[in-house]
Design a protein around this ligand. Structure first.
Ligand code: NAD
Ligand code: TDX
Length: 342
C-alpha cells in the first residue's frame, strides 16, 4: 500500500492514525479528506503536512470529489463521522448525512475503482451490556462481552447511524465483492480528543476552575483504549485482515465513570469528591466491554498502552500544555451542556 485516503483525518482518532502511519510507515502517502466540522482541526496534522501528508477539505458525501480522489489511491481508511452521542440527541440530521450518506458515497467510489476499504466503527452498534456485578460469570463468561457475533442493537441516533453504515459495508462486500474490512472499537482516549467528550471535558473543567460533571450516578462502564493502540490495530487489519471480516478492538480497560472522574481529580491534585452529579443522558448505555481475542489470535495484534493511570496522566499533561488548542471552544461547549442541565 503506497497511497491511502484517511477520511476524518483531522479529527481525534483519525489524526492520531495519520501521525501513526507517518511515523511508522515512511513509504506511505496519506491524503486526508476532512470537512473540518467543529470536530475537525487542521492544527492536529499541521506539523506533518507536506510531501507525504496532504489535506483535502471536503465532504465525504460529495460524490464528484470522492470519485476524483478514489481514482488515484490504493486504500480508503474511513474514520469521518459525526461522533458524539449527546449531539445526536439534540440534532440527528448531520449523523444521517455523514454516517449513512457519506459512507454510501465512499463505498460506491471504492467499488468503481476497486479500492481496498477499511471501515472504522464502534462497539456502540451492539447496544449495551449488564454491569459485571449483575452477571453470573461477573463479565468473564460466554456472551458477557461483545464479539463480532453479538446482534446489533444500537441505542442512540449516533450508534444507529454507525450500525447502518456497518451494514452497508457488509452488503457491498457480499453483493459487489468490495475488498472491505470493518473494525468496532471501544472508547478511545488520548491527545486531540474534542473537549465535548468525557475525559477531556473533565480535565479541561479542572484546568478552568469548573467542577467535573458526572452523568447520573456514574455507574456506567466504558472500556478505555489509548488511541495509539486503536491506530496499530487498524493498521494490522489493513495489512493482514481477511476481506469481509469484522474485528473488535479493545484493550481490557473497563472502568466506571465515577472511578474515572476520581482518578482525574486525584491526578490533578484535587479532592476526589470535587465533582457534581448532573442530569443523566437519555437512553444512556450502561456498559460496553470488548472481547478482542479474534484480532489478537488471528492477526497477532497486542495493545501496548494498557496502563490506564499512566495514559490518563500523559493525557492530562497534553491538555495542560496545549491550552491554546482547546481554550477558545470551552465556553461554548459548557454553554451547550448547561442548557441540558449537564
Ligand atoms: P471526531 O468527531 O473527533 O472526528 C470526526 C472527523 O470527521 C472530524 O475531523 C470531522 O471534521 C470529520 N467529518 C465529519 N463529517 C464529515 C464529512 N461529512 N465529510 C468529511 N469529514 C467529516 O471523531 P472521533 O472520535 O475521532 O471518531 C472517529 C471515528 O472513530 C468515527 O467513525 C467514530 O464512530 C469511530 N469511533 C470512535 C470512538 C471514540 O471513542 N471516539 C470509538 C470507536 C469508534
Ligand atoms: O460530561 C460528561 N459526563 C459524563 O458522565 C460526558 C461528556 C459524558 N459522561 C459519561 C457518558 C458516558 O457514559 O461518560 C461516558 C463517556 O461519554 P462520551 O465521552 O460522550 O463517550 P460515549 O458516549 O461512551 O461514546 C464514545 O465512545 C464510543 C465516543 O464518543 C463514540 O464516538 C464512540 O463510538
Amino acid at each position: 500500500m503506497k497511497k491511502i485516503i484517511v477520511t476524518g483525518g483531522a479529527g481525534f482518532i483519525g489524526s492520531n492514525f495519520v501521525h501513526y502511519v507517518y511515523n511508522n510507515h515512511p513509504g506511505v502517502h496519506i491524503t486526508v479528506l476532512d470537512k473540518l466540522t467543529y470536530a475537525g482541526n487542521k492544527a492536529n496534522i499541521e506539523a506533518i503536512l507536506g510531501d507525504r501528508v496532504e489535506l483535502v477539505v471536503g465532504d465525504i458525501a460529495d460524490a464528484e470529489l470522492v470519485n476524483k480522489l478514489a481514482a488515484d489511491t490504493d486504500a480508503i481508511v474511513h474514520y469521518a463521522a459525526e461522533s458524539h452521542n449527546d449531539n445526536s440527541l439534540n440534532d440527528p440530521s448531520p449523523f444521517v448525512h455523514t454516517n449513512i450518506m457519506g459512507t454510501f458515497v465512499l463505498l460506491e467510489a471504492a467499488r468503481k475503482y476497486n479500492v481496498r476499504f477499511h471501515h472504522v466503527s464502534t462497539d456502540e452498534v451492539y447496544g449495551d451490556l449488564p454491569l459485571r456485578e449483575d452477571l453470573p460469570g461477573h463479565g468473564e463468561g460466554e456472551g458477557e462481552k461483545f464479539t463480532a457475533e453479538t446482534p446489533y442493537n444500537p441505542s442512540s441516533p449516533y450508534s444507529s447511524t454507525k450500525a447502518g453504515s456497518d451494514l452497508l459495508v457488509r452488503a457491498w462486500v457480499r453483493s459487489f465483492g468490495l475488498q472491505a474490512t470493518i473494525s468496532n472499537c471501544s472508547n478511545n482516549y488520548g491527545p486531540y480528543q474534542h473537549i465535548e467528550k468525557f475525559i477531556p471535558r473533565q480535565i479541561t473543567n479542572v484546568l478552568s476552575g469548573i467542577r467535573p460533571k458526572l452523568y447520573g450516578a456514574g455507574k456506567n462502564v466504558r472500556d478505555w483504549i489509548h488511541t495509539n493502540d486503536h491506530s496499530s490495530a487498524v493498521w494490522t487489519i489493513l495489512e493482514k485482515g481477511v476481506i469481509g471480516e469484522t474485528y473488535l478492538i479493545g484493550a481490557d480497560g473497563e472502568e466506571d465513570n465515577k472511578t474515572v472522574v476520581e482518578m482525574i481529580l486525584e491526578a490533578m491534585g484535587q479532592s476526589k469528591d470535587a465533582y457534581d452529579h448532573v442530569n443523566d443522558r437519555a437512553g444512556h448505555d450502561l456498559r460496553y466491554a470488548i472481547d478482542s481475542r479474534k484480532l489478537r489470535e488471528e492477526l497477532g495484534w497486542t495493545p501496548e498502552f494498557t496502563d490506564f493511570k499512566a495514559g490518563l496522566a500523559e493525557t492530562i499533561k497534553w491538555y495542560t500544555e496545549n491550552e491554546n488548542w482547546w481554550k477558545a471552544e470551552k465556553e461554548d461547549v459548557e454553554a451547550f451542556y448547561a442548557k441540558q442541565g449537564q
